[in-house]
Design a protein around this ligand. Structure first.
Ligand code: MV4
Length: 457
C-alpha cells in the first residue's frame, strides 16, 4: 500500500478520499486554492499545499503546480476524485513520467473512452449493443444526411470529444440535418478543438442506467450492480438510486455481463462506469464510459458493502480485486445531491451557512465538506452535500429519505432540499415510473400549479 497520496481535488470527494486513506493508514496531502484555505479537506489532511488563486484553471486544473506539490511532499500516488483532472489522460501520463502512481485507469484507456465515437465502436466490437448509427465520425453534411436517412428520424448528433450531454443536437426532420450538422461541428470545434461528429438513432424517452465496474492489474474485472440516474436536469443528476426499479434479475445479469465484456475488452483497471440507455421494452444500448469514481458511487457502496475508494487505492497499489464475480446486493439506497441553488430558479446560491443541522439516524449517510459558518465559494460547482439513505426496500428507502430531508436544516443560502422533498413525494417517482424526461415534466407541472394558484388569487 502507498505511504502517502496527494488528493488533486476539493470539497466532499477530497474529504471522502481522506477518510478512506485514514482507515488504510495512508498519509494524505491536500492541495487547495486560496479560496479553500478554510476547507475541511485542508484541515483533515496530514499536509497541505496551496496551488493557486480561486479560478480552477489556475489551481485545481494547474497540472504543473500539482506535479510540483506531489514532488515536494514526496507523494507516491495521486487520487484525482471526479471532475477537474480526473479524466485527463495527459495528466495521468505525466504523473507516470514523474514516478507517481495514478489512482485510476491507464492513460490509453482514458483517451480511448474520452473519444465517444471510438468508445461506441469499441463497445460494438465487444458485442455490447449500440443504437443504429455511424461507425466513424461523419465526413460532411451529405454523409450525415445519408446515414440519418438509413437509420430513420429522429437522430441525435454527438460530438466525439463531448460527452455528458455537451455538444448534442436532436434532429427530427431531413430538412434540418445538414444545417444542424454544420452548427454542431463548428460548435464542437470551438468548444473541444475537435469538430468530429457521429450520429445515432434518437431514443425518445429512455432511462439512464449505469453499471459500476472494477478491474485490477491482474486482468480480473467485476461489476457491482447498477445505478438508476434518470432523475436529472440539464445533464446534472439530482437523485440516484441502486438498484434501478426498471431492472429485473435476468436483465441485470445480461447488462452486467455486457458491461464486464466491454471493460475486459479494453483491459480496464480501477473504477469505471458504463452508461446505458434503456427503453421501455428492456432493450439497452451503450451510451458512454466514465473512467473515474463518480459522484453517485455511495449508493453502490450501500447495497454492496464495498468501500469503492479504498478499493481504488488497493487496486492501484497492485492488489488483486478479491471480489466474487456475482456480488450479492442488499436493500435499496437513494442519494440526493444537495446543491447550493434556488429550488425553483436553479440559480447558484453561494454564501455562508448560518445554520447547518444535518440529519442522522439508522441507514442515513451524509457526504459533505460543509459545516455551520462555512462559506461556499462562488468559484466551483454547487454541490454542498450528498444525502444517502438505505433500507430493505425501495418504499422504505423513499420514506427514510423523506424523513431525512425533513430533518435537514440549512439556513443562509438557498438549497435544493425543498425540491428533493417534492421529488420523493411525487406519485410517478414513488411508483418507479419515470424516464430521463421526469424533471422536464416535474418543472412544467409545478409551473402550471403556480399559474393556477396565481389565477385564483
Ligand atoms: C442519447 C439520448 C437518446 N438517444 N442518445 C445525454 C448525455 C450523453 N451521455 C448522451 N445523452 C443522451 N444520448 C440517443 N441515441 C438521450 C440522451 C439524453 C440523456 C441521457 C441520459 C440522461 C439524461 C439525458 C437527457 C437528455 C438526453
Amino acid at each position: 500500500m502507498f505511504e502517502k497520496i496527494l488528493i488533486a481535488n476539493r470539497g466532499e470527494i477530497a474529504l471522502r478520499i481522506i477518510q478512506a486513506c485514514r482507515e488504510l493508514g495512508v498519509r494524505t496531502v491536500a492541495v487547495h486554492s486560496t479560496a479553500d484555505r478554510d476547507s475541511l479537506h485542508v484541515t483533515y489532511a496530514d499536509e497541505d499545499v496551496c496551488i493557486g488563486p480561486p479560478p480552477s484553471a489556475e489551481s485545481y486544473l494547474n497540472v504543473s503546480a500539482i506535479l510540483s506539490a506531489a514532488e515536494i511532499t514526496g507523494a507516491d500516488a495521486v487520487h484525482p476524485g471526479y471532475g477537474f483532472l480526473a479524466e485527463s489522460a495527459r495528466f495521468a501520463e505525466m504523473l507516470g513520467e514523474h514516478g507517481v502512481t495514478w489512482i485510476g485507469p491507464r492513460p490509453e484507456t482514458i483517451r480511448l473512452m474520452g473519444d465517444k465515437a471510438k468508445a461506441r465502436q469499441t463497445a460494438e466490437e465487444a458485442g455490447v449493443p449500440v443504437l443504429p448509427g455511424s461507425r466513424e465520425p461523419l465526413a460532411d453534411a451529405a454523409e450525415a444526411a445519408a446515414r440519418a436517412g438509413e437509420v430513420g428520424y429522429p437522430v441525435i448528433l454527438k460530438a466525439a470529444a463531448g460527452g455528458g450531454g455537451r455538444g448534442m443536437r436532436i434532429v427530427h426532420v431531413p430538412e434540418a440535418i445538414a444545417g444542424q450538422f454544420s452548427t454542431a461541428s463548428n460548435e464542437a470545434d470551438k468548444a473541444f478543438g475537435d469538430g468530429s461528429i457521429y450520429l445515432e438513432k434518437y431514443l425518445v424517452e429512455p432511462r439512464h442506467v449505469e453499471f459500476q465496474v472494477f478491474g485490477d492489474r491482474h486482468g480480473d474485472v467485476v461489476h457491482l450492480g447498477e445505478r438508476e440516474c434518470s432523475i436529472q436536469r440539464r445533464h446534472q443528476k439530482l437523485l440516484e438510486e441502486a438498484p434501478s426499479p426498471a431492472l429485473w434479475p435476468e436483465l441485470r445479469e445480461t447488462m452486467g455481463e455486457a458491461a464486464v465484456r466491454l471493460a475486459k475488452a479494453v483491459g480496464y483497471e480501477n473504477a469505471g462506469t458504463i452508461e446505458f440507455l434503456l427503453d421501455g421494452d428492456g432493450r439497452f444500448y451503450f451510451m458512454e464510459m466514465n473512467t473515474r469514481i463518480q459522484v453517485e458511487h455511495p449508493v453502490t457502496e450501500m447495497v454492496t458493502g464495498v468501500d469503492l475508494v479504498k478499493l481504488q487505492l488497493r487496486v492501484a497499489a497492485g492488489e488483486p480485486l478479491d471480489l466474487p464475480a456475482e456480488l450479492p446486493l442488499r436493500g435499496h439506497a437513494i442519494e440526493c445531491r444537495i446543491n447550493a441553488e434556488h429550488p425553483e430558479t436553479f440559480a447558484p446560491s453561494p454564501g455562508r451557512l448560518t445554520t447547518f443541522h444535518p440529519p442522522g439516524g439508522p441507514g442515513t449517510r451524509l457526504d459533505t465538506h460543509a459545516y455551520e459558518d462555512y462559506v461556499i465559494p462562488p468559484h466551483y460547482d454547487s454541490l454542498v452535500a450528498k444525502l444517502i439513505v438505505m433500507d430493505s426496500t425501495r418504499d422504505a428507502a423513499i420514506r427514510r429519505m423523506a424523513r431525512a430531508l425533513d430533518f435537514f436544516v440549512v439556513e443562509g443560502i438557498h438549497t435544493s432540499i425543498p425540491l428533493h422533498r417534492e421529488i420523493v413525494r411525487d406519485h410517478d417517482f414513488r411508483a418507479g415510473h419515470f424516464s430521463t424526461r421526469f424533471m422536464e415534466r416535474f418543472v412544467e407541472r409545478r409551473r402550471e400549479a403556480a399559474a393556477a394558484a396565481g389565477g385564483r388569487r
